[in-house]
Ligand binder design. Structure first.
Ligand code: 0O2
Length: 210
């Protein structure tokens, strides 16, 4: 018999530690009054019922879960703008407290469902009473719009037990496109506002010197 509590405790630890570290980045940006690339952070350990369902679907023997199921621990970072995702990825790559095992760019290569996000599999060391244990953690980085779409699509998948009717599926693909257009438009608006602010500042500076 698998003792899930014992097996999942280090995963819970890894999720909690990473949430604190990522929120720390956000707090540091907020102190500098620079735009923070991190809007908010969430995390979870996969519920046992989902682990069992995924293991069955992917033919993963239960004694190989820790190596074969890379999202037992999951942390999600939400950003305001698409450009912030790259900033977060660079910040993650610059860190020395874990290794990056794998990267999947579902923004450049969106999934057939329309899903977009940047995924990184981290190899994160957790200190346990038996010594150090390396834990795989799936880090998903996405915009608020990508998260809005993924959250609703995920709950529909659940509602339809993974068999969403074709017509709804197509509408969801379209809705994902609309969410991406919204992301692009918001980035453009932000760029134009920043540009206008720069011109205003220059004008004010020039009139002050007169
Ligand atoms: P949860 O905890 O319910 O979110 P697979 O899981 O088979 O799709 P794989 O190879 O395990 O694929 O990893 P992948 O696709 O890199 O990442 C899986 C996770 O990404 C999913 O976790 C979702 O969180 C998210 N994801 C991937 N594709 C989609 C999608 O089409 N729609 C939504 N809403 N989310 C997606 P789980 O397993 O669903 O677990």
């Amino acid at each position: 018999m698998m003792d899930w509590d014992v097996m999942l405790t280090p995963y819970k630890q890894a999720v909690e530690e990473l949430k604190i570290k990522l929120k720390g980045i956000r707090d540091q940006y907020q102190l500098t009054s620079k735009h923070t690339p991190i809007e908010f952070v969430t995390g979870r350990v996969k519920p046992v019922s989902s682990i069992l369902e995924k293991a069955k679907r992917k033919n993963i023997p239960l004694n190989q879960l820790e190596d074969s199921m890379q999202d037992l621990a999951g942390v999600r970072v939400m950003c305001q703008f698409v450009g912030d995702i790259d900033t977060v990825v660079q910040l993650i790559k610059a860190r020395t407290d874990f290794e990056i095992e794998e990267e999947r760019d579902y923004i450049k290569n969106k999934k057939r469902s329309g899903y977009r996000s940047y995924h990184m599999i981290l190899r994160y060391p957790v200190q346990t009473i038996e010594g150090e244990k390396q834990i795989l953690v799936e880090l998903q980085v996405r915009t608020l719009a990508m998260n809005f779409w993924a959250t609703i699509e995920h709950s529909l998948q659940y509602k339809y037990s993974g068999k969403i009717p074709a017509e709804i599926e197509q509408r969801l693909v379209k809705a994902a496109e609309a969410a991406f257009q919204l992301d692009e438009e918001m980035s453009k608006i932000r760029g134009e506002v920043q540009e206008a602010q720069k011109i205003m500042m220059k004008k004010q500076e020039a009139s002050r010197r007169k």
